[in-house]
Design a binder for this molecule. Sequence first.
Ligand code: PLP
Length: 424
Amino acid sequence: MTRYSSPVWHPFTQHMLEPVTKKIIHTEGAYLIDEDGRKILDLISSWWVITHGHRYPAVMQAIRQATEHYDQIIFADYSHEPAEQLAQELIHIAPQGLAHVFYSDSGSTSVEVGLKMALGYFHNRGEKRSKVAVMAGSYHGDTIGTMSAGERGVFNAAYGALLYDVATIPFPAEGREQQTLDVFEQLCRHGDLAALLVEPLVLGAGGMKIYPAYVLRQLKSIAEAYGVLLICDEVMTGWGRTGTLFASEQAGITPDILCLSKGITGGALPLAATLCVPKIFEAHLSTDRSRTFYHSSSYTANPIACAAGLANVQLWRNEPVLQRVHNVQAMQSRGLARFKDDPRFENIRQCGTITALDFKTQSGGYLSDIALRLKAFFRAHNVLLRPLGNVLYLMPPYCVTEQELQQGYQLIDEAATLLQCGKL
Ligand SMILES: *Cc1c(COP(=O)(O)O)cnc(C)c1O
């Protein structure tokens, strides 16, 4: 029998094995403060959503102000200023050529919307293209549709019967980039491919796997040559994580469809936006109602969330956020440097503000209980780090200090030592 007595069922949690969750009663900057008054250093930005820091003043102020005017407003037949302004701003800062913004409320829905836009585009043009290609090792969300596009494994084994087939291109590992491009081109030649869905530069939940920008650029040119749409899922990589506002910028491309969520409100409220190029919107524009884009969720374009999003975009313009990103990037490099020739680790890597390294273990994989033991160790030291199997990564909010980062790396070092002598 489980000791767990709360009715709350937590995500990605095995309640039989994992400790009862402490309640967080306050957040501030890089910290969560729990009911016992412990300050927990959040080095994974609360699952990658918090960019500037917890309860960043300008965002919280915008939320307070918006609540004086708005709650949820139906978004068909009606609009509101926060959604209109945020859309303008997103178009302005996104890679050039994206012209329309569709709102939803999570990363998963932003990807679902992107997939539906792509299939709707070909359907409305009378072209028989409905296959989707994805990159091996990807993660695009936990709905049935996005799980189908993501890597298959223990996370979705129970739901396999409901998942649709996708074509897969190999991850462009170092030295095998050309193979990825070749497989993609072969898939394109079949003529039934609607879209390639990828996480640009970094595969997040798949283990922080990094690939070079030129591969993304070439995937885009191949897609273009065969009339295949490119969907960039920047739910994790967006808002500075990779060292630029959006990762696509580093490849110098404009995706046909761009999915944004997580940091879009600085992490304060749930919101997502799927941006697309004009031809996709226009393929749905018709006096024939059957060509309508039939998608909505109740909380589409929540005005308070949009106001938080607007405050976030204004922050990027009015404060030196990119400079902070570059500082975090440099601090991260310095933190990681101590492990450069460390035989206990492999695949030491960094992309922008994200660093990752793999513990060398016999039993890898997400279910190896090394992750649980590590997590508990970090937790006991008031640091929030959640290894993905044997992959350790740091994705801090941009308010993090060098000292705080060093605390994280020091703990990783200690954990490795304890692991080695069997004490963890
Ligand atoms: C987190 C994530 C998602 C899913 O976002 P949710 O808000 O959890 O639905 C999709 N794609 C990527 C790349 C992500 O990192």
